[in-house]
Design a protein around this ligand. Sequence first.
Ligand code: FAD
Length: 474
Amino acid sequence: MLGVNISTYSGREISLSPEIIDTFKGTIRGTVLTEESPEYDEARKVWNAMIDKRPALIVRCAGAADVMHTVRFAGEHKLLVSVRGGGHNIAGNAVCDGGLMIDLSPMKSVRVEPKVMTVRVEPGATLGDVDRDTQAFGLATPVGINSTTGIAGLTLGGGFGWLSRRFGLSIDNLISADVVTADGNLVKASESENPDLFWGIRGGGGNFGIVTSFEFRLHKVGPEVLAGLIIHPLDAAKDVLRFYRDFVRTTPPEFVCWFVLRLAPPLPFLPVEWHGKAILALAVCYSGDVKEGERVTKPLRSFGMPIADIIGVMPFVTWQTILDPLLTPGMRNYWKSHDLREVSDGLIDTLISHARKIPDPQTEIAFAQLGEGVSKVSKDATAYTHRDATFVMNVHGRWDNPANDTKCITWARELFQGVTPFATGGVYVNFLTQEEQGRVRLAYGSNYDRLVKLKLKYDPDNLFRINQNIPPHG
Ligand SMILES: Cc1cc2nc3c(=O)[nH]c(=O)nc-3n(C[C@H](O)[C@H](O)[C@H](O)COP(=O)(O)OP(=O)(O)OC[C@H]3O[C@@H](n4cnc5c(N)ncnc54)[C@H](O)[C@@H]3O)c2cc1C
């Protein structure tokens, strides 16, 4: 291999000789890519097409030892480092310009222990990998709603989905993790081993090290659930959302309903005359007994005059992929997010008025519903602190033509500003974009200072800085 010019974390460019590169390569079981490698362009691609960065080196790790060797190599040369799990992060933090990208995506193993209801997952696994393997045993742990998202980044920021109201966040089900710290050593983090690190990785993102294995607790789920969509015209959204907010309070934790305002996609179950028109979609999942689910969901399904109701019994693993076609990689994306406690009349009016001006058929305003499973954990039990947020709004600005960048980004920012008076001020770290480093403190609230101290202990040189960064000196 030739020598490589590469960036350090202090912003200098250094030249690594062919001998240095070859010696490093000799320590790696996976593959080391440079700009000349045929796989380079595919390896640096991430979900959000607005991110187009070119690392000098990409190390595709085959196991924890590769991660240890690479972290030591990066530390020795003070290299700029990024870490890739599933590559879904909206801010594009998996990839860096000019530095070294540690690519974990080849590490995909998922090993279920059905008797003790746990699963061990490597950091390159996607949510789909985890769901498919755990559901083979009728088991599941709470993860997100799009099967191509990486388990690693999702878990390290918190992680929520259809099971979170019942079973908490992904991190609330984390039993232990293997972590390669900035000195290149592998340590275990759990309630009994390095508990401070275990606290920090449960919400603190990739700030404290690279997780090479996650161990999660599993729950009996499905394998069939009652789930699907109810679609209303946007004109009915005010009445439906007012009903919704009162209704969800009466439901048990097995019931979760997220809602989305957008233009109707050309899906076969929607009458053609509705394609491209503004709608409110209610996405429902009842993860308990299906018959009981029919009873619990009935009032919501009977309300108003929906355009479509496609709620039915389906395998949980199918439901976990149902929104994938609306969230494919390769589009331009710009997100804005708020935490909220309630769906007030003022909020509903604001959402509807902005939904009437949605700039692109792929753009949407999505509201995730959390609840008891998340809020029963105390605010300082994990780095993730906003346990009182009942809803998380995510404005998914999404389009494909770069000429629409300004229009779509401006719309998302205006909506974000409009919703600010109704929001808690907190934010989910996994929904922050590149430009929102200033909101990282808000993501951690009163836990921030403790995280800074932890960063100073585990990564004093801030080797792991391409993330929603917690600098070691605050
Ligand atoms: C379409 C879509 C749907 C989503 N839905 C949900 C949802 O339902 N619920 C939810 O909670 N979130 C959701 N998210 C947000 C998601 O949790 C974040 O984007 C998360 O960062 C994705 O993780 P990743 O491994 O794919 O990302 P990456 O881009 O690979 O990594 C994200 C960050 O984590 C760091 N990182 C990755 N792996 C490791 C590791 N092993 N050790 C240390 N640091 C690491 C990276 O350096 C980077 O800073 C969604 C995102 C998208 C794009």
